[in-house]
Design a protein around this ligand. Sequence first.
Ligand code: ATP
Ligand code: MG
Length: 213
Amino acid sequence: GLARAHGGRRYRLGVMGGTFDPIHHGHLVAASEVAARFGLDEVVFVPTGVPWQKKGRHVSQAEDRYLMTVIATASNPSFSVSRVDIDRAGDTYTVDTLKDLRRERGNDVDLFFITGADALTQILTWRGAEELFDLAHFIGVSRPGVPLGAKDISHLPAGKVTLLEVPAMAISSTDCRRRVHHGMPIWYLVPDGIVQYINKRGLYSEPDYSEDH
Ligand code: ATP
Ligand code: MG
């Protein structure tokens, strides 16, 4: 893997989970911003297996989402991609993601789970919520339309959760899929290689994608 802890300092590993259908510049900016602010040594992007929150809509094959994540992150020496979620059978739960990464990377690594501030407020409804805060520090990044102050994190354990504002980027995968479906451009919303990969594989052309999911 990448570098271990330097100078006696513990290795700081950011974990960015997502469906990445497709990965876009909102994800990349958020990871880059959190890495800078929290002094992370690396951010590992973890495409989900079966996103249980997204049942009922068509999700692209795991292998396509994995490859797009690799293409988008390949040029950044601090970014990597993990297959732990797509190689695990069954639904993806964050508690399993963090346990697998902990197992792979060892106990000298501090984990920082990066998630949208909107998702963070639902965190206590996640499976294994009691365990989550022992496994990682949680960083909720604000998305456009989700003002930081409005987020009530008072019910979450003190010192285990930080909210961070990232440069506002009104980019979502849903919007990218809809744009592709309707023949609208996604240039500059996603890395160039992702535009080309989507075209090459013909992603998001099925009728299903014309819907607002
Ligand atoms: P969808 O529209 O299909 O829900 P998405 O754009 O939210 O997709 P996900 O793969 O669901 O993308 O997101 C992975 C993580 O990235 C989530 O924690 C999400 O909150 C966060 N995220 C998504 N878009 C942005 C953005 N523009 N800025 C900051 N964080 C984002
Ligand atoms: Mg989302």
